[in-house]
Ligand binder design. Structure first.
Ligand code: UDP
Length: 322
């Protein structure tokens, strides 16, 4: 299908399509877009997303939910101005359990979402990831770094799907002139994460709230940098509205070891939990911290929510879920 003439992005009430719109980050994005005057169509197959994340939007005439797998043809009978492709399992446990679905949504799903953007003349943003840097040999990670990924390892299905999705996004930009944006999302936390998704934030908070042992993998000397969800979504919104197609890291550069993080969680919850050490999963990245110079200069963005404040909100959310 030929590229449709670009829609005017200045429409008084633009329409956004959010794939993965019932997921952790997708649903926070939906909320922000509605608050900023968009009509929003969320598409999700609910494999890792949940209607609980969008239940508060029932009856909102600016919002529509379609339960669909985005690897199937996406048919929408309305103008669309922005496509935000967020659908994907995103926790290491999820993509270990769903390696083929993870590869399909990153490849076939990205193809369908790009096809929709092209057909509608919409601007497209792909939710990529710090995982495209693999177990990085460069620290902190700048967008120019090409990464160090084990294609055949357990995380390969996610890392390579996202690397493919970036390549496909650039191909649609170069060959079809689709306006594209690529955000590389670093570790993010907040309300609406699934308690049992296996990621370190819900895992530690759940364990701490039940006064159960906190399971630190390896020696806990691997590092991560945690960004609160509202900061991240604001950065991504700015990226969509900026110019230029080069990838942009969005994350919080405040780096800590996993062991330090476990101690923070014990303190923030007032838990009696003790720390126990478990084997380090294969290919677990040893260190991760975004270089956010590009986001700072291009988007005038940087994270604002301190860890303590973000954790308080997240712990509150999990308190009645444990
Ligand atoms: N981790 C841990 N205990 C857990 C879950 C995770 O020590 O119960 C570690 C994991 O090995 C990794 C870090 O916490 O080094 C972050 O893991 P997560 O699954 O949140 O995401 P990743 O950053 O590895 O994609």
């Amino acid at each position: 299908m030929p590229v449709k003439k670009k829609q005017s992005l200045k429409s008084s009430q633009p329409t956004s399509v959010v794939t993965g719109g019932a997921g952790f980050l997708g649903s926070h994005l939906v909320d922000l877009l509605l608050a900023r005057g968009h009509k929003v169509i969320a598409i999700d197959n609910l494999v890792t997303g949940s209607v609980n994340n969008i239940a508060h939007l029932a009856g909102n005439s600016a919002f529509k939910f379609i339960q669909q797998d985005v690897t199937d043809y996406i048919f929408l009978d309305v103008p669309v101005h922005y496509v935000w492709h967020f659908a994907s399992p995103a926790s290491p446990i999820d993509y270990l359990e769903l390696p083929i679905q993870t590869l399909k949504v990153g490849s076939l799903g990205t193809h369908k979402a790009l096809g929709l953007a092209k057909a509608k003349g919409a601007r497209f943003l792909i939710a990529s990831t710090s995982e495209i840097y693999g177990d990085p040999l460069v620290h902190p990670q700048k967008e120019e770094y090409w990464g160090n990924v084990n294609t055949i390892g357990p995380r390969g299905c996610y890392d390579e799907a996202k690397r493919f999705s970036e390549a496909m996004t650039m191909a649609y930009h170069r060959e079809h002139g689709v306006e594209t944006r690529i955000v590389r999302i670093f570790n993010t936390y907040g309300p609406r994460m699934r308690l049992n998704d296996g990621r370190v934030v819900p895992a530690f908070i759940g364990q701490a709230l039940k006064n159960k042992p906190i399971t630190v993998f390896g020696k806990g000397d691997q590092t991560r940098s945690f960004c609160f969800c509202s900061d991240l979504i604001e950065g991504i919104y700015r990226l969509m509205n900026s110019s230029g197609v080069e990838p942009v890291n969005i994350g919080n550069p405040h780096e800590m070891t996993v062991l330090e993080f476990a101690r923070e969680i014990i303190k923030a919850t007032g838990s009696r939990s003790k720390i126990v050490f478990k084997p380090l999963p294969q290919d677990d990245p040893k260190q991760r911290r975004p270089d956010i110079t590009r986001a700072r200069t291009k988007l005038k963005w940087e994270p604002k929510v301190p860890l303590k404040e973000g954790l308080t909100k997240t712990i509150e959310y999990f308190r009645d879920k444990v």
